[in-house]
Design a protein around this ligand. Structure first.
Ligand SMILES: Cc1ncc(COP(=O)(O)O)c(C=O)c1O
Length: 442
């Protein structure tokens, strides 16, 4: 007898970020198609993609302009080795990316978020070696950070759940504690974190002479629990790194291209770092592509005769992929044409209002925080409930009621496509409420 698709899946596939045994009780969802903010399942039910498929489908599914750009490029060529070659679409894209900031005018291409983080960290260290600053070998990151799950990216990640088994292989990065978290940009701490700063300076000063770089998720830490911090903190951190000749790496992999209401989250603090990592929204989740932006100052350190040994010999097979570049270029054009940033700014208060309704009507969530097209809250649980995976129960109930919510542990959040229609957000509120009530009723 021919096995069905789920049985064949489970026979051969090891899925990401999941305990495979969970599928005994809750089978993988078979996708039939996806359009806009909706995912259609094999049984023809439609569910709202409330987390933009791991935060990358910024323009929803199946945007016709992106599809057209992909097909047009596929009719020319799909991929050619990107060392010793170039092509128009990658040059057009790079020009656009170089225009995101004043000073970060050089673009290096990698494959996904983690590989961009790896490249930026290596560039920082390598620049020190070239500059003769050989004591500067250390990296600092923030408490609760997430930068991906390859070696250096995981070393910069401060979440035990992902790190623990691999600790023996990780590099000894240092984490800054006492981050001034806020509930929104209307929290007084957003403008002024002077109370926290002495304790932070104390931590920074200890490593002042050995740091090559500090890496941050600017303004919002995603996988750490959708934690928003003070723009004043980021601004002060930038001033301090500049004063002390330390690179600042901004991991804008989740925040880049409008998630927080501005093209880059760094712009909330009015700063430019030394490196920016982009992925996810770069191709609106169509194809894996990432980029590291940096300054001519850093680039020029590497620029010399080959025999001087300064070349950045870091390569990914799919660097500069033409299909991904064509979609990325069109993504930027669609964002401009459809005025996505101003739509996000308008969505911000509505998301907060709707999550507040969920809180009032269920009595099960608190600590709401929001910025741009994202809002999060924590489940209120007693000690016994904390051991019972309520976030997971809500995820399963969410599918039943019509949305792919997938909480981060016990943090419920929405990070919908930036162009989602308002009526779907109201539906999402009802679905989330029903899912929470259902999970607690059982
Ligand atoms: C801030 C941040 N950095 C890095 C990554 C890793 O990106 P990827 O999963 O594409 O390797 C992620 C993924 O969620 C992220 O949110």
């Amino acid at each position: 007898m021919t096995k069905n698709i789920i049985d064949r899946d489970l026979q051969y596939i090891w899925h990401p970020c999941v305990q495979m045994k969970d599928y005994e009780d809750f089978r993988p969802l078979v996708i039939k198609s996806a359009k806009g903010a909706y995912i259609k399942l094999a049984n023809n039910t439609k569910i709202i993609d409330a987390i933009s498929s791991w935060w990358c489908k910024n323009l929803g599914h199946g945007h016709p302009k992106l599809k057209a750009a992909l097909l047009a490029q596929a009719n020319k060529f799909e991929h050619v080795i990107f060392t010793n070659t170039t092509h128009k679409v990658i040059v057009d894209l790079s020009e656009k990316l170089a225009g995101l900031t004043k000073a970060l005018n050089k673009v290096f291409y990698a494959s996904d978020g983690s590989s961009a983080v790896e490249a930026a960290i290596k560039m920082s260290l390598h620049a020190r070696i070239i500059a003769g600053e050989t004591k500067r070998t250390q990296i600092m990151a923030l408490d609760n950070s997430y930068h991906g799950e390859t070696g250096l990216a995981l070393s910069a990640t401060n979440i035990k759940l992902y790190r623990t088994p691999y600790e023996p292989l990780l590099s000894p990065f240092v984490f800054i504690k006492n981050i001034p978290y806020v509930s929104s940009k209307y929290d007084p701490l957003w403008q002024d974190c002077s109370k926290h700063w002495p304790s932070i300076i104390e931590q920074l000063t200890l490593h002042k002479d050995t740091l090559t770089a500090i890496i941050v998720e600017p303004i919002v830490q995603g996988a750490g629990g959708i934690l928003i911090y003070s723009q004043d903190f980021l601004n002060r951190l930038r001033t301090w790194t500049q004063k002390n000749n330390i690179h600042l790496i901004a991991d804008e992999i989740m925040t880049g291209f409008g998630r927080t209401g501005l093209p880059l989250a760094c712009q909330h603090a009015n700063i430019e770092p030394d490196f920016i990592c982009l992925a996810k929204g770069l191709t609106a989740g169509w194809l894996p592509m990432s980029a590291v932006l940096t300054t001519n100052k850093i680039y020029n350190l590497f620029y010399d005769d080959f025999y001087q040994g300064k070349t950045f010999l870091h390569s990914h097979t799919h660097s500069g992929n033409a299909l991904a570049a064509a979609v990325a270029l069109e993504t930027i054009k669609v964002i401009e044409r459809e005025k996505i940033y101003s739509r996000v700014i308008k969505m911000e208060n509505l998301l907060y209002k709707l999550m507040q309704k969920v809180a009032e009507q269920t009595g099960k969530i608190h600590n709401i925080r929001y910025l741009g097209a994202m809002v999060a809250a924590d489940l209120i649980l007693d000690e016994k409930q904390k051991k019972e995976r309520y976030g997971y129960k809500i995820f399963k109930a969410g599918i039943k009621f019509g949305a792919f919510i997938r909480p981060l542990g016990n943090t419920i959040y929405w990070m919908p496509p930036l162009n989602i229609k308002e009526d779907l957000l109201w539906q999402l509120m009802e679905i989330t409420k029903n899912a929470i009530n259902f999970a607690f009723k059982k």
